[in-house]
Design a protein around this ligand. Structure first.
Ligand code: NDP
Length: 261
């Protein structure tokens, strides 16, 4: 799997040490991009780097950086690292995000405000901060931004569970729409994906959940046509393919249907 669709493009993907971000890193790297891989877990960052090499990426086209996106100082270092290493930034994928829980066991709107603050930081504030730092470079390259939100944020409906997750993601959607209008006037496109349930470590990493319970939950949800008529949850690769499409301004349909005889 070695292509040239993103040859020479410099891509920063937050949360690329696992899940959807890792799948993005591998797909971009396999298409010739220079990728800055980042996450908190150094071993997982390294694992992503190795998978990228296995799909044909050059060692010099991959740059791993470990840190916490909730730390503004790290975000500054991250952007500086991209520019110092590769000289420019073409694509920013704001993928990192998390489901924050109350360690005392409270759920829903009974969870402490400290949980909401962490969730705001993880799912909204760090995206704003990183985008502010990256935008001058993206304007120079007429670049692309793709933000990763969730289906739980959309529509005029209340979310029974996980409100502290849904609220900052809803704010992320509104910020993204507003930024998209402003940034395109400066040549930068911004799009958002709102995936449904995706089979990653997102739920299994929560305290007391684990892989088995997370997979059981996926099996239950996909067995109910009223939840997922297709009958299967999404894979990280499904979402990553969509992200690559949205990051590819020069995507050309393989066939022009209207010209088909
Ligand atoms: P994973 O838990 O598999 O991956 C999350 C990634 O984000 C990891 O690489 C993790 O790094 C990184 N990350 C999380 N918090 C931080 C932080 N504070 N600092 C640095 N890195 C961080 O989850 P997904 O791949 O599923 O999630 C990716 C995005 O997709 C999230 O924004 C999530 O909200 C969204 N999403 C997920 C859905 C799902 O069902 N899985 C559905 C809809 C949206 P590390 O492990 O190294 O800490």
């Amino acid at each position: 799997m070695s292509g040239t669709r993103f040859a020479g493009k410099v891509v920063l993907i937050t949360g690329s040490s696992n899940g959807i971000g890792r799948a993005c890193a591998v797909l971009f790297a396999g298409e010739g991009a220079k990728v800055v891989i980042t996450g908190r877990n150094a071993e997982d960052v390294e694992k992503t780097r190795k998978i990228c090499l296995s799909v044909g990426a050059k060692q010099s086209d991959l740059h791993p950086t470990v840190g916490d996106v909730m730390d503004d100082g790290f975000l500054t270092i991250l952007v500086e690292t991209v520019i110092d290493t590769f000289g420019k930034m073409d694509i920013l994928i704001n993928n990192a995000g998390s489901l924050e829980v109350d360690m005392t066991g409270k759920e829903g709107w009974e969870m402490g405000v400290d949980v909401m603050e962490r969730s705001w930081n993880s799912n909204f504030k760090q995206v704003l901060q990183l985008t502010q730092k990256a935008i001058p470079h993206l304007i120079k390259s007429r670049g692309e931004i793709v933000n990763v939100s969730t289906f739980l944020s959309s529509g005029p409906i209340g979310v029974m569970s996980m409100p502290y997750y849904a609220v900052p993601k809803a704010a992320l959607d509104q910020m993204s729409r507003s930024m998209a209008h402003e940034f395109i006037l400066k040549g930068v496109r911004l799009n958002t994906v709102n995936p449904g349930l995706v089979s990653t470590a997102f739920f299994s990493r929560l305290p007391g959940v684990g892989d088995d319970n997370a997979r059981k939950m996926e099996e239950y949800v996909q067995s109910k046509p009223e939840y997922i008529p297709l009958g299967r949850v999404a894979t990280a690769e499904d979402v990553a393919e969509t992200i690559l499409f949205l990051a590819d301004r020069y995507y050309l349909p393989r066939r022009n249907i209207l010209e088909m005889k």
